[in-house]
Write a new protein. Structure first.
Length: 480
């Protein structure tokens, strides 16, 4: 459901009581938590009892399961309802809110409401938003900057996806998938990369790229853009920012970057680099997450902290303490000598990055990957490229498409991806039914291998199933 953004977005304190339709999602649960910590009366509903809800209930927030008009209680004039884009048009709570004349807000407006009067550091990009936002938050916390933050996944350091801090800083993930990032007016922004995606929303690659230029145009006149010079799409935004008189810091591995990562080393589950700012060597940073793409994410976060005037040593310590967020190369456990990881990667560049990380983790072992294509529209456009990216693995299992908010298309299935994988046929399997994937992975994996589940849909549940097959009766699926 796409709700219009009101011309004037009131601060959270002026929204009255606030009910969230879809409170269990990563985005809405973060907004609800911050509002509740700021003293706003919050309730919500969701059709799933997600991992984000226990922390809300600990704050006294009523989180209903299922949707029912009665969940709105006695909300009336002056009160508000924030609605997830995943809600259907016939959602009974939305219908009741309309009937009562309540203020209806999309997720973007809800987040903008809690950003009011804060210095917003927004993280945008096609890939890496959640990890970069999390790294930046960890770095600022280590530097005692005490920011408010809203992340699209659980931050391991705190066990939460959001918190209201005491300073004026607000770190936020700025999502372009539904145009939400064009609602915000940040003081500074980190742009990780710009590569065509979400064309079901934007229509064309040109429109998608233009949206990022518009986002940069929304930065505060005295603000700052940090953009990755290794990525052509992100690097192009520097000219847009300079035309507006904004300060620009380019970060990357090339000599054209203001903040560089040099001597990058990927060893096992770590990634390390030496940070060089404006030609001056600052020191070595060793991350506890594997992958060259995570080095760039960390560099963007480091740059934001440095431009805020915070000390390198404290920022580096925060980056080095970071152990990840849920569904970003998340270790699910190990059994029978086989390590199992799960990641949200659902686009060719993301797949390639996570497979590079998995290769580092596997060492002499094989990388066995299961991939669930996400969205019919995305698979139609990028399915062949997805398959090619999966060729970096040793064994590949492809499921059918997770259709999410779209209708199925018999012409767009997992076969489109599987047939494009450049491996010998015996190394690739199309297993349409997700229920059969865990057994197929176990059949293909050997001690010393890494099993990696990839996709933005329901494949995240396969890793624990693999561990259970390998070690029946194990206590709990994950190891953090």
């Amino acid at each position: 459901m796409r709700l219009p953004v009101p011309e004037q977005i009131l601060p959270a304190a002026e929204l009255g009581r606030v009910h969230f339709v879809g409170i269990g999602g990563a985005g809405l649960s973060a907004i609800a938590r911050i509002m509740a910590q700021q003293g706003v009366s919050v309730t919500g509903s969701d059709d799933n009892d997600t991992a984000f809800l226990p922390a809300l209930r600990e704050l006294g927030v009523t989180c209903n399961l299922g949707y029912d008009a009665a969940h709105l209680g006695d909300l009336g004039p002056g009160d508000s309802v924030v609605v997830t884009t995943a809600a259907r048009e016939d959602n009974p709570e939305v219908a009741e809110a309309r009937a009562r004349g309540l203020r209806l807000l999309p997720r973007s407006a809800g987040l903008a409401a809690v950003m009011a009067d804060r210095r917003v550091l927004a993280v945008a990009g096609t890939h890496g938003k959640t990890t970069t936002t999390s790294l930046l938050t960890s770095a600022l916390l280590a530097a005692d900057a005490d920011p408010t933050y809203a992340v699209g996944g659980v931050l391991t350091a705190t066990g939460r996806n959001a918190d209201a801090g005491a300073s004026d800083l607000f770190v936020a993930e700025a999502d372009e998938s539904d145009g939400a990032f064009l609602v915000y007016s940040p003081w500074a922004a980190v742009v990780t990369n710009v590569e065509a995606d979400h064309l079901d929303t934007w229509g064309t690659e040109e429109a998608y790229r233009a949206a990022f230029a518009e986002f940069v145009g929304r930065l505060h006149p005295e603000g700052l853009l940090l953009t990755c010079t290794d990525d052509p799409g992100a690097a192009a935004l520097a000219d847009v920012a300079r035309e507006r008189g904004l300060a620009v810091t380019g970060f990357g591995t090339g000599e054209d970057a203001d903040l560089r990562a040099v001597d990058v080393a990927l060893v096992g589950s770590t990634s390390s680099f030496t940070a060089v700012l404006d030609g001056e060597e600052l020191g070595r940073v060793t991350l506890r997450i594997p992958g060259r793409h995570y080095v760039l994410d960390a560099l963007g976060a480091l740059g934001a902290g440095l431009r805020l005037g915070l000390p390198f040593a404290a920022l580096a310590a925060g980056l080095e303490s970071f152990t990840g967020t849920g569904r970003r190369m998340e270790r699910k456990g190990e059994a029978a000598g086989i390590a199992v990881y799960d990641s949200y990667a659902h686009q060719p560049t993301e797949i390639a990055g996570d497979l590079e990380a998995a290769r580092s983790l596997a060492g002499e072992g094989n990388v066995v990957v299961a991939y669930q294509p996400h969205l019919v529209s995305r698979t139609r456009i990028f399915g062949t490229a997805m398959g090619r990216a999966l060729g970096a693995a040793d064994q590949v299992v492809v499921t059918d498409v997770y259709v999410a908010r779209e209708d199925p298309d018999p012409e767009v299935t997992g076969a489109l991806v599987a047939e494009a994988v450049p491996l010998a046929p015996h190394r690739v399997a199309l297993v349409p039914d997700l229920a059969d994937v865990a057994a197929e992975l176990v059949r293909r994996a050997r001690p010393g291998d890494v099993v990696l589940t990839l996709g933005a849909g329901t494949i995240t549940g396969v890793g624990p199933q693999v561990l259970e097959i390998l070690d029946p009766g194990r206590a709990g699926a994950g190891e953090g």
